[in-house]
Design a binder for this molecule. Sequence first.
Ligand code: C2O
Ligand code: CU
Length: 536
Amino acid sequence: KTIPSIDFVLNETSYTRLCSTKNILTVNGLFPGPALHVRKGDRLIVNVQNQGNYNVTLHWHGLKQPRNPWSDGPEYVTQCPIKPGANFSYELIFSTEEGTLWWHAHSDWSRATVHGPIIIYPKVGTNYPFPKPDAEFPIVLASWFKGDVMEIIQTALANGGEPKISDAFTINGQPGDLYNCSKPGTFRIMFDFGKTYLLRIINSIMNEEMFFMVADHNLTVVGMDGAYLKPIKTDYIMITPGQTMDVLITANQSLSHYYMAARAYAGVVYDITTTTAIVEYNGNYTSPLAPVFPNLPNYTDINAVTNFTRRLRALASTQHPVDVPKVVDIRLVITLSMNTLPCNSCDNGTRLAASMNNISFMDPKVDILQAYYKQIRGIYKTNFPSVPPYVFNFTADDVPDNVLTPEKDTRVRVLKYNSSVEIVFQGTNVLNGAENHPIHQHGYSFYVVGFGFGNFDNETDPEGFNLVDPPEMNTVGVPTNGWAAIRFKADNPGVWFMHCHLDRHMSWGMDTVLIVKNGTTRLTSMRRAPSHLNPC
Ligand code: C2O
Ligand code: CU
């Protein structure tokens, strides 16, 4: 039968926020972009027409796209950009995911304004593993820059320093009441007393992990990254860029207005503003002088981050079983570092860079998928190191000189089909740049079997791994000056990007690619290339 299709037209549209007007790149004129509503097991074709001014690609974040890396989207990894005036059709395959995911541009910094929700309902005849909510609301957190985002990243890369910090965060496109001139537009949702609502929260922010709360209301987290969790009752959540969380909230309070609010957990440099939206009760309620404001954790409250994250557990039910590899075939240890590289045009002769295992990823000239498929030589190398090339005290203050300057290269790791893989991501304090890195893997979701602070200890830390109900994610926050361990079965052949989802780190090279080889049959091999590929 024919696959349903929709059109995504990219164009520049004028938007006013924070009392200033600018053109932003949008899909169908919308910010945030349109939501996709599908069911598990569906397919959907998205016809993209680029009527904007920049090269662009789109990525379906968290969709595994079984055997179909052709429609995954990262620029120069699985495709050449869709140039202004050009088209491309993506075929989306909804396989095992259920819950909330999102889509976003995957070229330079265009994702700041080009993003939207993907809502995946259970198959007909099946239900949520929790009582059906009375209504649901996508809550999209994003960054707003007064300047042109593409110019901001280009300027930063040219000068070698940090990019300009965003001017506000937004909830569903609006900065909220704390900005006088944006007040009239503040996003609001209406509650009926006694009803339960599902918030589908998406962190589409460019460079910050976020705390999120609704004043005086308990939150029950029931899913993340398109997989279910054991319900967690909490007053706040912590959500990294790339992650999505499904949260139930019951209208059981006695005043008329409450704020929901989000603000950052501190990175090295960050936006310290707070974005708000309003929850309003239908009916006759006492109005407070101002909506009740939530008591968000402090910017630096690393314990608040850990205390929340520690509680995440897979649902692990009969309908939604856990399938974590108990035995591992391939082990990788990958360091995440901030670095510097020589730069002639830069003010002080060096520029900021970032790396995985001391390789700072360079975009190739032809996308890696095409080069792999057509066996074009000289585009990438297959020797991405499986362990850090330099062993040192990763989380200490003093760092040997040879790890300050990474190698600039396009290196990938090739994995045998169906191997059981474990990756330990090790944070480092190189350049005093210890930060929480949200690491995202395309083409897969993985089980987070453990995390901790300091240097990963190969002897003792695996003893604490959770192989019973580890949470399934596509983006894991690797703790500041700590590590996180993931496991997955490499059963999706293709070329899959892996990178930090803080966009400045991605731009600086904290990226690599996993190539998962074909199995021995057609159904365990990559699909054939679509007839139309965009030229680079
Ligand atoms: Cu949400 Cu490679 O990205
Ligand atoms: Cu990072």
